[in-house]
Design a protein around this ligand. Structure first.
Ligand code: PHE
Length: 475
């Protein structure tokens, strides 16, 4: 179109379709797939969780993916690449720019603690390779994590090692981001995603083939799969399970914060976004329910059984991954324990970095739209912002800053943003134009059932979830 500014568009666009889909899948695939999903599933009764989860995928997840991909590409036609500018262009009123700012806010907040978590995976790869965990008992591994975060009673005050790995991890992210979309983000996804899937398949195979009585396991690994995949229809009426399922769909697909929108703004008008959204969405679901469901759950249930595992996950998924798993791996013998730890934390690292690059891109895009910075300068400024915002979660971990970030950035802001963006798309922009945007360039025949879903079902469900989530007491 006439309005497309060539300069930014040609420098900043996806090099290939496979690169785009892998980057979008990498955006979605994150700690949510391997840590959050298994624990949500365990806490919500395994087989009881799967049906609401899949229903929310179709009624909430896929529609929001289509909305974000199409509004993103629409904004890109006017050389806008960040949610405040894109939503302003879509809604034509200044108020929508402020709604878009929510997206920038949640990206900043989530990115600050997510980068910190990502740095733990680097430290754990290092210590797995180094064999640090092999001589520790269960308590030793648990304490290792506490002192790594300097939240143990014997702490000396400054979590030196955590800071080093945090700076390393942040620097790596900023370096990749400063290289731009094709040479940075897209290349990282093309390298990281295949490795992640490979590591995931190896670990899933190992987890499922755990045998009771071998290598310290108490139950067969396959018990974990039975637990997850035996549907329980009676829980269909439990609102708590539905809220958890909806929350997981949001988080795992990266919708509700404009991160998908930012990536989609670099997609060319002729590109099949309906097909791309479905491909990336299903890749995320494969990695989540097939791989993510076959690693942590079979291992945890293989060693602890269904009853005891609930006690362990009650304190969250972090404990299971960072305080328990390295100890369980050490039962696999000297070689396999190094391999298990390296593959598991390696997988988490690639899952993490392809997500932090997406959050980083949405903020960089905003800095570029607003202040006309170049990519390099915007990346440096992002680095400084995350350094400043990330340090509180390092120094005040004990006081729960991390949890506050997660609640406000990771739960409330996502729902608010998603609610407004779906109302804007279906009712402000109008679904006639909206559907034309979604299907422009489409090779696939998207079922028309998505029209009434996007118009009525998705916004309504989001309003209900917003009300339910805000009346949940903050603790
Ligand atoms: N989807 C990511 C995960 O599953 C988290 C994320 C949310 C990443 C929003 C980018 C943007 O962990």
């Amino acid at each position: 179109s006439e309005t497309t500014t060539q300069s930014i568009a040609s420098e900043q666009s996806w090099g290939s379709r496979i690169g785009l889909v892998l980057a979008m899948a990498g955006n979605a695939v994150g700690f949510g797939n391997f840590l959050r999903f298994p624990v949500q599933a365990i806490e919500n009764g395994g087989g009881a969780f799967i049906i609401p989860y899949l229903v929310c995928l179709v009624l909430l997840g896929l529609p929001l993916l289509l909305i974000e991909w199409s509004t993103g590409r629409f904004g890109g036609k006017f050389s806008y690449h960040s949610s405040p500018f894109i939503m302003f262009k879509v809604g034509q009123k200044p108020i929508w720019a402020y709604v878009g700012v929510f997206g920038i806010f949640s990206n900043l907040v989530i990115l600050s603690f997510y980068t910190y978590m990502e740095s733990w995976t680097l430290a754990y790869i290092y210590h797995s390779l180094n064999g640090s965990f092999s001589s520790m008992n269960q308590e030793g591994v648990a304490n290792f994590f506490m002192s790594y975060l300097e939240v143990s009673t014997t702490s000396t005050g400054i979590p030196f090692e955590s800071i080093v790995f945090f700076l390393l991890c942040l620097g790596l992210n900023i370096w990749i981001l400063s290289r731009g979309i094709q040479k940075g983000v897209e290349l990282a996804a093309k390298i990281g995603m295949p490795i992640l899937v490979l590591f995931g398949i190896i670990l899933a195979y190992k987890a499922i083939s755990l045998k009771a009585g071998v290598a310290g396991a108490v139950y067969d690994g396959i018990e974990g799969l039975n637990f997850l995949w035996t549907p329980q229809y009676d829980t269909i009426w439990n609102p708590k399970v539905w809220l958890a399922a909806a929350g997981q769909i949001f988080f795992t697909l990266s919708v509700g914060m404009g991160a998908i929108m930012a990536y989609a703004s670099f997609v060319k008008p002729k590109e099949d976004i309906a097909g791309g959204a479905m491909a990336a969405g299903f890749m995320n679901e494969f990695v989540e329910v097939v791989l993510g469901g076959s690693i942590l759950i079979p291992i945890a249930i293989g060693y602890f059984g269904v009853d005891k595992i609930l006690e362990i996950t009650r304190s969250g998924s972090l404990g299971l991954a960072f305080q328990t798993l390295p100890f369980l791996f050490s039962k696999w013998g000297p070689v396999l324990s190094v391999l298990g730890g390296t593959l598991f934390f390696g997988l988490l690292f690639f899952a993490g970095i392809t997500s932090t690059l997406a959050m980083g891109t949405s903020i960089i895009n905003f800095l570029r739209d607003e202040f006309k910075y170049n990519q390099h300068k915007a990346a440096i400024i992002l680095g400084i912002l995350i350094l400043v915002l990330g340090l509180p979660s390092i120094f005040y971990f004990k006081e729960g800053v991390f949890g506050e970030y997660d609640y406000w950035g990771g739960t409330i802001a996502l729902v608010v943003f998603a609610m407004f963006e779906s109302i804007l798309f279906a009712w402000g922009f109008g679904l006639k134009r909206g559907w034309a945007e979604i299907t422009e360039g489409a090779d696939v025949n998207l079922p028309r059932i998505f029209i009434p879903i996007i118009k009525y079902v998705t916004p309504l469900m989001l309003i209900v979830i917003f009300v339910a989530a805000t009346i949940r007491p903050v603790n």
